[in-house]
Design a protein around this ligand. Structure first.
Ligand SMILES: Cc1ncc(COP(=O)(O)O)c(C=O)c1O
Length: 392
């Protein structure tokens, strides 16, 4: 058999690799604690489950859904954006369901990029920001995220020649993997850059609902002019513990929304109507649920920050997202630290370079395990370091 070359053009998917390693260890009987993947451990809120169960019993949901999304879905999404972000969206033309944020990232890239185009992707970044572009035959130009620039890409140093060929700029704040939040005025600068260079901004908003210390993350669409230059991908996965449900949406610029929808009509047949009704319940009856989850993660964040500081690992506790972006101890690379933590402490972390070359020197830890497991993971890392087993 011969397979398409595009499959060789992307590395093995980070989390598929991690899952394989975890399964291998568990098959050996090892009690592995995985802080590698941002997959919430707590259940989806009850009103969402009830809405799905009731909808599944209604035969009207069993048929092909409309690719535009139901009127109720789009009205609920518009209501949520208005109440949460103060953003007005036309439910008829500026909102469409997505089968999770990941699907939207990949397909938006396919809808916007041709071979020869450039995609501006944060480095380190969520892996589909590069694989989506590569599958579209485009070139990726990395925008490094550095601690000294608050993990925001420097939009003023992108070479002119690159900007001329670029048609898509991915941004995501609160950020995966660094946990950084956006600074005031940054989205305004992105809108300006996009307007001046005929560039589409795709803001991937997977984490705005998980915030701590009273911080409330903005939507990109709150920025004046944002709708003229871009869209936002919003996901229910993390805030509502719905990673398995594949529920999200694309909102903003009507032309981009329509191009994405058109592409998708050729590839999938829309979101299961029962999942749409469940999403409506999340965005209405369970609208405040992510605040409860934020309280849970805030507690875990404090616990983990303290434990890592005690170990001597220098950390900046995040104000949002379930992630810690941790510089590895002196003498280690991301890979050597990841490997040793797995082998000696049976704790899985994500090596920074899996998110792009600028991730070297860091690992990402996810707080999506119960408090006692988080404490246990920190204890194990600590005792391994103390006993000198984990050394460069
Ligand atoms: C930045 C970012 N975008 C999108 C997603 C995808 O979320 P989903 O496809 O579950 O909506 C994730 C998941 O981890 C993410 O970190």
């Amino acid at each position: 058999m011969r397979f398409a070359q595009r499959l060789d053009a992307v590395p093995p998917y980070l989390f598929a690799e991690l899952e394989r390693k975890i399964a291998e260890k568990r098959a050996e009987g090892v009690d592995v604690i995985s802080l590698g993947i941002g997959d919430p451990d707590l259940p989806t809120p009850e009103p969402v489950i009830e809405a799905l169960a009731a909808a599944a019993r209604d035969a009207a949901t069993h048929r092909y859904p409309t690719n535009h999304g139901s009127d109720e879905f789009r009205a609920a999404a518009a209501g949520f954006y208005r109440a949460r972000f103060g953003v007005d969206l036309d439910p008829g033309s500026e909102i469409v369901p997505a089968l999770g944020g990941k699907e939207a990232v990949g397909h938006v890239a396919m809808a916007l990029l041709d071979p020869g185009d450039v995609c501006l992707s944060p480095d380190p970044g969520y892996p589909p920001y590069t694989s989506g572009a590569v599958f579209a035959g485009a070139e990726v130009h990395y925008l490094p995220l550095r601690a000294e620039q608050a993990f925001l890409p420097d939009l003023d140093t992108i070479p002119e020649a690159v900007l001329r060929r670029a048609n898509l700029l991915f941004l995501d704040y609160p950020n995966n993997p660094t946990g950084a939040v956006v600074e005031d005025g940054y989205f305004e600068r992105a809108v300006e850059l996009a307007g001046a260079n005929d560039l589409v901004v795709v803001h991937d908003n997977a984490y705005s609902e998980l915030c701590y210390d009273g911080y409330r993350a903005p939507s990109f669409l709150e920025t004046p002019g944002a709708k003229e230059v871009g869209v936002e991908i919003f996901s229910l996965s993390k805030g509502w513990n719905m990673t398995g449900w594949r529920a999200g949406l694309v909102a903003g610029n009507a032309e981009v929304v329509e191009a994405y929808r058109q592409l998708k009509t050729n590839l999938d047949s829309g979101m299961f109507e029962a999942v749409q009704r469940a999403t409506v319940a999340a965005l209405t009856d369970a609208r405040d649920f992510p605040r409860e989850m934020s309280a849970v993660y805030e507690r875990r964040r404090d616990l983990l920050a303290e434990a890592l500081a005690a170990i001597g690992l220098e950390v900046e506790p995040p104000q949002a997202t379930p992630y810690f972006w941790v510089p590895v101890p002196d003498g280690h690379t991301s890979a050597s630290f990841t490997e040793l933590v797995l082998e000696e402490a049976a704790v899985v972390v994500s090596p920074g370079p899996s998110f792009g070359p600028s991730g070297e020197g860091f690992v990402r830890l996810s707080m999506t395990v119960p408090d006692d497991r988080l404490e246990e993971a920190a204890r194990r890392i600590e005792s391994s370091l103390r006993s000198g087993i984990i050394q460069a």
